[in-house]
Design a protein around this ligand. Structure first.
Ligand code: ADP
Ligand code: ZN
Ligand code: ZN
Length: 683
């Protein structure tokens, strides 16, 4: 108990309630509970006509020290303190940091970090001690000299002393696919554990991590927890207790694991740091990579950002000497990187009588591969892709003159619109660059390939992998296993194919239409296209057999391909991309925020967004903030709600914060439905 406070004084506690309210609520603390409460405790309180759990932000204080004046009766009492559950100090600080940065109510953030389900004890039947098999699947091998060097550099950083004021200890492990990044993570995790500190590994997609989990667990000889939103409540409850008690020392999880109550954190690994799934798009729009670095700063932990294609944001930090750059330039096991061939789609070479754009040569190569009893991966564009207009002769896609983004096609209005600033033109009849009239919607028809391919190659046995198909984890595992066992020779799929699978018998990877990637109307489109193409190419030739990649496009001269083929330097691509970003104040040079108004009534939402735009313009006078729009969201209507957006850009974060804060007040006063997205992805 706090010795400054005598027990005669009434103690009061301010707690955050898991609701969308911005302020804290005060409760009286019964004497017998005082000693059990500290910052991070979770309590149960009466709230309105019901009860709720609530988060304790700071120690109880005397009622005299409160800003508000209360009569003793007005305050209700805390009902109970939830035993064993406590939010670690670094997580609490992280949530408070996020409250400020993302303009989100603290109670909601804490509820994301510590959902209510963790508070109810669940019976678990099975014995929970995980048995670590000393299996022989984890081969013991020497690290290569490149890997050793990487470990040495990061280890030096890890053991260096820092204060809270100094830079966070972050290294960017920039290693080509198959270069053995995971071994580097494991080695550093081992050192961290030896020092009595614990390890958190973030991955973009938990469904695909069983291989990774096995490697960590068998090599570290230490139980490794898995953490994700879909895991059973009982398991999560049990793991939470183990983490808080410091018994579970290594955790692999998807983005929400950044809040996991892991004790004594010494190392955070963020695998595939460039991956946009680290950005949460629900109500609380945080970026797990960014938050991980903030958390690491609080605990003085080391951070490893791993990627074959690091984000421009992280590379910029390297340039600014904030992060250490560590390279792995060679593949360890699978020898050389696959050979990449770019095929220009031309009407005369196209396979006839099918909808999907498929070149005769591509078809031939797929057939040969199948006949050699090797396997093929075919990558289609993401489903529901933007409807951009593309010239089939020169690959030109009409762009917004303000935003350097592809314009999207709106059928009803027969217009091409920029969904960021609202600029539009009437749909042209011919290509502005080459005058061709062969204009087509980007990527239309590619999905029909699943039915068309067997008519062309009778030997093709196809498995399909995409989010619509794969609704459950077990189903995903099943498809992947079927393919690995050779029950099919073609794996056809979307985005999900990209992530780290190891299929030794895959010797050909085909991308049906690369244009759909780099023409996506988002300023990160080219960066992402490069990441996806690199990653998907990395799936070919991981075994003994050499790999080949065929990328089909309407625009073979796109500079991106020169980088992929190795004819141009990666740095050239980055420089070019950086120039555009700098010019338009896009990240990593500028900061952005998206204000979104939503509602069932289209006219009302539109009018509100216009009023907000006016307000923002007035508020931004004398501030270095550019506002774009209002404009309807890329998908204007979703789940019955109309959505209109305003984009704010700046090079001065404080100015941006000022305008956002005022805008929030303005929307609240008007009782509009709105959301704020700081550092938005996919404009
Ligand atoms: P990345 O994560 O960079 O794509 P991985 O860590 O998955 O690469 O390594 C690719 C493959 O190489 C894995 O099968 C791994 O077991 C193997 N490997 C890693 N390091 C070594 C090494 N030093 N010697 C032999 N094989 C290795
Ligand atoms: Zn053209
Ligand atoms: Zn625009």
């Amino acid at each position: 108990m706090n010795s400054n406070i005598t027990s005669q004084e009434q103690l009061v506690l301010s707690v955050a309630i898991p609701r969308a309210v911005n302020h804290l609520f005060d409760y009286k603390v019964p004497d017998q509970l005082v000693s059990k409460i500290q910052a991070g405790s979770i309590v149960r309180v009466p709230f309105g006509k019901t009860q709720t759990h609530a988060f304790v932000i700071e120690k109880p204080k005397s009622i005299k020290n409160l800003e508000k004046e209360y009569s003793q009766i007005a305050l209700k009492e805390i009902l109970e303190v939830i035993p064993e559950m406590i939010i670690p100090q670094d997580v609490l600080k992280l949530c408070q940091w996020a409250e400020e940065y993302y303009f989100m109510p603290l109670g909601e953030i804490l509820n994301t970090a510590f959902p209510a389900l963790l508070l109810k004890e669940k019976k678990i039947k099975k014995a929970n001690k995980q048995i670590i098999e000393n299996d022989n699947t984890s081969k013991i091998f020497e690290l290569t000299s490149e890997q050793k060097l990487a470990v040495d550099i990061i280890e030096k950083l890890r053991v260096s002393q820092t204060t809270e004021q100094s830079q966070p200890k972050v290294s960017l492990l920039h290693g080509v696919t198959g270069s053995g990044k995971t071994e580097v993570y494991i080695e550093l995790a081992r050192n961290t554990l030896k020092d009595g500190k614990n390890v958190l590994v973030l991955v973009p997609e938990i469904a695909l991590t069983s291989q990774l989990h096995n490697r960590f667990q068998s090599q570290l000889k230490e139980p490794v927890g898995l953490w994700h939103s879909a895991m059973p409540d009982g398991k999560k409850y049990f793991q939470t207790k183990e983490l808080i008690a410091g018994k579970l020392r290594v955790l692999i999880g998807a983005r929400s694991a950044v809040f996991a109550p892991i004790k004594n954190l010494g190392l955070i690994v963020i695998d595939e740091e460039h991956d946009s799934s680290y950005k949460q798009e629900d109500r609380f729009k945080y970026h797990a990579r960014d938050l991980a670095i903030v958390r690491a700063k609080f605990t003085k932990a080391t951070v490893i950002l791993g990627s074959a294609t690091p984000s421009l944001e992280s590379q910029q930090r390297v340039k600014e000497k904030k992060y250490t750059h560590v390279f792995l330039k060679h593949r360890v096991a699978g020898g050389t990187l696959p050979k990449i061939e770019i095929i220009q789609l031309k009407p005369e070479n196209r396979v006839q009588d099918i909808q999907a754009p498929l070149d005769n040569k591509t078809l031939q190569t797929i057939r040969e591969t199948i006949l050699k009893k090797e396997q093929v991966i075919i990558y289609l564009n993401r489903r529901g892709f933007a409807a951009c207009l593309i010239c089939q002769d020169c690959g030109e896609v009409p762009q917004c003159k303000n935003c350097s983004l592809s314009l999207t096609y709106h059928k009803k209005q027969n217009k091409l619109r920029c969904h960021v600033c609202g600029y539009f033109v009437v749909t042209p009849l011919f290509c502005a660059k080459c005058q061709s009239i062969n204009l087509d919607l980007l990527g239309a028809g590619t999905e029909s390939l699943e039915t068309e391919l067997p008519t062309l190659i009778p030997e093709a046995k196809i498995l399909r992998l995409d989010r619509d198909q794969v609704t459950s984890h077990s189903r995903l595992e099943k498809i992947l296993n079927q393919f690995r066992n050779g029950e099919a020779n073609v794996l056809l799929g979307t985005q999900m194919l990209v992530k780290g699978h190891d299929f030794p018998n895959v010797t050909l990877v085909t991308v049906i239409l690369a244009d759909a990637l780099f023409r996506f109307p988002d300023f990160r489109a080219e960066e992402r296209a490069r990441q996806i193409l690199t990653q998907i190419s990395g799936r070919a030739g991981r075994g003994e057999l050499p790999g080949k990649v065929i990328i089909q496009t309407y625009q073979e001269n796109h500079p991106l391909f020169e980088v992929l083929k190795g004819n141009a330097k990666e740095t050239d691509f980055l420089e070019r991309e950086n120039l555009v970003r700098k010019e338009l104040s896009y990240p990593p040079f500028g900061r952005m925020a998206k204000l979104r108004l939503t509602g069932k009534n289209q006219d009302a939402v539109k009018r509100q967004s216009e009023e907000l735009a006016l307000f923002v313009q007035n508020t931004s006078k004398n501030k270095q903030v550019i506002s774009l729009g209002p404009s309807q969201a890329y998908l204007e209507k979703m789940k019955g709600q109309y959505r209109w957006d305003l984009i704010l850009k700046t090079s001065y974060i404080q100015d941006l914060r000022f305008v956002v804060e005022r805008s929030i007040e303005f929307c609240k006063t008007n009782r509009w439905h709105f959301s704020v997205d700081i550092d938005p992805y996919g404009l």
